[in-house]
Design a protein around this ligand. Structure first.
Ligand SMILES: N[C@@H](CCC(=O)N[C@@H](CS)C(=O)NCC(=O)O)C(=O)O
Length: 251
C-alpha cells in the first residue's frame, strides 16, 4: 500500500472493539492512520455527526476506510475477518473450514455475552452520558459472568487459546473486553475463581502488540474507587495515539 492509500481506522484507542482492530493491524504490521471519532458525540468529530453517519449509519466505532477503493466497513468482527481474508493472515484466521467456523462461532457468541463486560463494569464509569440503568448493568453482569464460566470450563479448558493452541481473532476480540477489567488495568473484577482465564490473560499479555494497544488503559489506571475525569480519558487516548504512531513508524 502506498502512503496515500494507508488504511484509515476511525475511532479512539479507549474503545474495546477499536482495540481489537488495532491489535490485529499491529500484530500483522499493517500501517494505518487513526482518525479520531468520539463515540456518542454529535460534534464535528463525533460518531453521531452526519459526516460520520454517512460512512457508518450505525454511528459506532470502529470503522475502516480504504482510500484506494473508497471501501468502508463497520463492525469490529467484520473488519478483522475481512482484513484477515484480504491479506491471507491464516495464522489468526485459519483456512481450515472447521477451525475458521469455530473462530466465527466465538466472534458471534461474543456480542451479548463477553462484550457485556463493558456495559456492566466499565461504561458506567467512563460513559456517564449513557446513563445506564442499574437493572441493565445487573443483566449485563449476569450475562458476562455466565459467558466467562463458559470460557473457563469450556473453551479454555480444552486449548491454550480459545480455539486452538495458537492465537486467533477470537482471542483478540475476547481479550479487549476481559483484559481491560483485570487488576493491572481498571481493576473492577475478581478473577480468582477463574484459573484458566488467568492463565490465558497472562499468555495474551505476551502477544505482539498487547502493550501498545493497552497503553490507554495503563494511562487511565485503576477506576475501581473513583471514575476518571474526562480530562484523564482524553489524555489517556492522546498518549495511546502517540504510542501507536511510534509503533507504526517501525513497520
Ligand atoms: N458491535 C460493534 C460495537 C461497537 C460499539 O459499541 N462501539 C462503541 C464504542 S466502544 C460506540 O461506537 N458507541 C457509540 C455511541 O455510544 O453512540 C462493533 O463491534 O464494532
Amino acid at each position: 500500500m502506498t502512503k496515500d492509500n494507508t488504511l484509515i481506522v476511525y475511532g479512539v484507542p479507549f474503545s474495546q472493539p477499536v482495540r481489537a482492530v488495532m491489535w490485529l493491524l499491529i500484530l500483522k504490521r499493517l500501517p494505518f492512520t487513526m482518525t479520531l471519532i468520539n463515540p456518542g458525540s454529535e460534534g464535528a468529530t463525533g460518531s453521531r455527526n452526519p459526516a460520520y453517519l454517512a460512512k457508518n449509519p450505525a454511528g459506532t466505532i470502529p470503522c475502516i476506510e480504504e482510500p484506494d477503493t473508497g471501501f468502508v466497513l463497520g463492525e469490529a468482527h467484520a473488519i478483522i475477518c475481512y482484513l484477515s481474508r484480504k491479506h491471507g493472515w491464516s495464522d489468526v484466521y485459519p483456512v481450515d473450514k472447521q477451525i475458521r467456523a469455530t473462530v466465527d462461532w466465538y466472534l458471534h457468541y461474543h456480542h451479548r455475552t463477553i462484550r457485556e463486560a463493558s456495559i456492566a463494569l466499565v461504561a458506567p464509569k467512563i460513559r456517564k452520558d449513557l446513563n445506564i440503568p442499574e437493572a441493565i448493568q445487573d443483566t449485563a453482569k449476569a450475562n458476562f459472568t455466565r459467558a466467562l464460566g463458559a470460557l473457563e470450563h469450556g473453551w479454555l479448558s480444552k486449548n491454550r487459546f480459545l480455539v486452538s493452541d495458537t492465537v486467533t481473532l477470537a482471542d483478540l476480540a475476547a481479550y479487549v473486553e476481559i483484559g481491560q477489567i483485570q487488576p493491572r488495568f481498571t481493576n473492577v473484577f475478581d478473577f480468582s475463581p477463574y484459573p484458566n482465564i488467568r492463565r490465558w490473560l497472562d499468555d495474551m499479555a505476551n502477544i505482539e502488540g498487547h502493550d501498545e494497544v493497552h497503553v490507554v488503559l495503563e494511562e487511565l489506571g485503576d477506576i475501581s474507587i473513583e471514575a476518571p475525569s474526562m480530562d484523564a480519558i482524553r489524555n489517556a487516548n492522546k498518549r495511546a495515539l502517540q504510542t501507536l504512531k511510534q509503533k507504526i513508524a517501525t513497520f
